[in-house]
Write a protein that binds this ligand. Structure first.
Ligand code: DC
Length: 221
């Protein structure tokens, strides 16, 4: 049986950094499901689909194929066969992904892909609904969070490092609004699965979080 690890939590909690480190240590595949929602958001942006019109977006699903491929261990998200990793991290695509991920048929399409991928592979999958919907039987579920102030500070430092002007209060406000949307949407809202282990990384280093997850893996395997 494949050993699946589910990691959920709000934006900016460090899920992808931690998940990459842990999967590297274990030799597991890392699946970033957010990239799949971003690929559908990108499709809508590129094809001028009105993302606020659910039936327009859903009607396009038959023209959309999202898949994952791994090159030297790095996840590449394929949109209709084309690697779009370089196009999915813009603000515009983030916004589009956030809207289209609220539509049930979009979720059904991607959840079934994700379940297919997880079937026979030891992996670590991160997202918002992995422990609750995608892999409810996963032997290890983590809910990784941190205070909005701490997540805001981390984002602020990242942007400053890139030389971008930004305002900390504004960033924290954005994060809190996004949390609210993720946690209150009708379809698969972000929430901790009953059997998930809560890790609050507000006052933990990356190394400490990684060590804690590796310890939990040893315990459950
Ligand atoms: O983790 P991320 O920011 O790359 O995710 C992009 C968007 O997709 C974000 O608005 C949350 C949504 N998402 C989701 O609804 N379910 C998932 N399993 C992963 C991401």
């Amino acid at each position: 049986m494949a050993f699946n690890i589910a990691i959920d939590g709000p934006a900016g909690a460090g899920k992808s950094t931690i998940a990459k480190r842990v999967s590297g240590e274990l030799g597991f595949v890392y699946v970033d499901t957010g990239a799949m929602y971003r690929a559908i958001g990108l499709y809508c942006v590129m094809n001028n689909i009105d993302i606020s019109d659910e039936s327009a977006v859903v009607g396009e699903l038959e023209n959309i194929d999202v898949d994952l491929k791994y090159i030297d261990g790095v996840q590449c998200v394929l949109l209709n066969g084309e690697n779009v990793n370089g196009l999915i991290r813009t603000e515009e695509v983030s916004r589009a992904a956030s809207v289209v991920s609220g539509y049930a048929p979009v979720r059904t399409y991607l959840v079934s892909k994700q379940q297919q991928i997880a079937k026979n592979t030891d992996l670590l999958m991160d997202g918002r609904d992995i422990g609750t919907v995608v892999l409810p039987e996963a032997p290890l579920k983590i809910y990784l969070t941190a205070s909005s102030e701490e997540r805001g500070k981390r984002r602020y430092l990242q942007l400053r490092e890139k030389g971008e002007e930004c305002d900390l209060a504004e960033i924290i406000k954005d994060i809190e609004e996004r949390d609210y949307r993720d946690m209150h949407r009708e379809n698969s809202p972000l929430k901790q699965a009953d059997d998930a282990v809560l890790i609050d990384s507000s006052f933990m280093t990356i190394d400490e979080v990684v060590a804690e997850i590796l310890r939990l893996v040893e315990e459950r395997r």
